[in-house]
Design a protein around this ligand. Structure first.
Ligand code: SF4
Ligand code: SF4
Length: 378
């Protein structure tokens, strides 16, 4: 393949150090690079400049309520699956200004209202897992809907570059295979890597992706390397033990069992802490609050992530519509895995497993679903 034949859908190979040049090309085009890095005994997402900041030689062991980062000594940069943070913080920030109210000193008590000016950034997300890519696509549907487009999300999402990484080392709480979202990224990326021992196989997903590759030292992927990558992905599929059987009636099975005794059982273990919603790549609920600055002539309205586990979230004029943990857990689970289909045409879950790993109550939501489906119906 000559350099002129770089095209969308083609697969090429670069050496591992050459990825540094790819990252530099993105920086030179004024992208702000964000990627995974080891911090506080886990993997977080933050600004990066080069390969040196990626979690080389790490993997993670995950089970309900437990996360352990393990050093492998391998020369691989992308063996560790996602930590507690998700890419949604770049497009849907945990806290952002919505509006500023300012009292006019000359015409008091007149107030003016201005939109906050945010410096626009163009993000390049480095190392997006296929499940998280599916999570971004779900949030796109929510925040970029024709009739209800969110300008904060749109301005951050437009022009973002996505370098996806196919998963060859899934963790113990992954179930992307059940949700049809992994371990291989199928669409929605600019470039998608599969990591080999001394090289990266790169699938080109967009014209922008081609531009980033033009001056790199690359060669066409040969059959041997492509087969090795496919074998690694197949091995990953076989390593995934968690399974959410997806019959076509999961929605009905959950929604027709709203009085199942399992809801009481799980409510005895759930702390209503909301951790599962904060770590979820698809959860999108938010609240707005006004903060008055001293001496009282300026008010900033903030938008912050909220959670259906927060008792105040369901508090309305006549009282709380979900007054206890049972009702809040049931709302979360049935929305994610059932009513989301009617609302957005897909499951609200992409099988990343974070809500299981980061649940202090060690709740495996797939076991709760199985009990509700298989146990005594209401
Ligand atoms: S299910 Fe787990 S993470 Fe979610 S609110 Fe309950 S205790 Fe917290
Ligand atoms: S519900 Fe849980 S497994 Fe599904 S996408 Fe959200 S955090 Fe991941």
């Amino acid at each position: 393949m000559s350099k002129q034949t770089l095209e969308v859908g083609a697969t090429i190979i670069i050496s591992k150090p050459e990825l540094n040049n790819l990252l530099k090309n993105l920086s030179d085009l004024d992208y702000e690079l964000a990627g995974p890095q080891v911090k506080d005994h886990t993997v977080v997402l933050g600004p990066i400049e080069s390969l040196a900041e990626l979690p080389k030689g790490y993997t993670s062991q995950e089970e309900p309520g437990k996360y352990t980062l393990i050093s492998t000594g391998k020369e691989n940069y992308f063996d560790v699956t996602s930590g507690p943070q998700t890419w949604k913080k770049y497009f849907f920030p945990p806290r952002t200004q919505l509006m500023i109210f300012q009292q006019d000193p000359d015409k008091s008590p007149t107030w003016s209202m201005v939109s906050p000016v945010e410096e626009l950034r163009r993000y390049a997300l480095i190392g997006v897992r296929p499940c998280d890519l599916a999570g971004i696509q779900i949030q796109d549907k929510i925040f970029l809907a024709d009739n209800n487009c969110d300008p904060i999300y749109r301005d951050r999402r437009e022009g973002a570059f996505i370098l996806a990484v196919n998963c060859t080392e899934p963790c113990g709480t992954c179930f992307c295979t059940s949700m049809g979202t992994g371990p291989k990224a199928e669409e929605g990326f600019d470039l998608a890597l599969t990591e080999g021992k001394d090289h990266f196989l790169i699938e080109i997903g967009s014209e922008v992706g081609i531009n980033i590759l033009l001056d790199l030292d690359w060669k066409a992927a040969d059959v041997k390397h492509q087969k090795a990558a496919e074998a690694a992905l197949q091995a990953a599929r076989e390593k995934i033990n968690l399974n959410l059987p997806q019959p076509d009636n999961l929605e009905t099975e959950l929604l027709s069992n709203l009085e199942h005794p399992q809801w009481d059982d799980v409510a005895g273990r759930c702390l209503s802490c909301g951790s599962c919603t904060q770590v979820c790549p698809t959860c999108f609920c938010w609240d707005s609050t006004d903060k008055t600055l001293l001496p009282g002539d300026k008010i900033i309205r903030y938008r912050s992530w909220d959670s259906c586990f927060n008792p105040d979230y369901s508090y309305v004029s006549h009282g709380n519509t979900r007054p206890n943990t049972r009702s809040r857990y049931r709302q979360w689970l049935t929305h994610k895995f059932a009513s989301w289909y009617e609302q957005y045409g897909s499951s609200g879950c992409v099988g990343c497993g974070r809500c299981i790993t980061w649940c202090p109550g060690e709740i495996n939501h797939l076991e709760e679903i199985a009990a509700i489906r298989e146990g005594e119906p209401s």
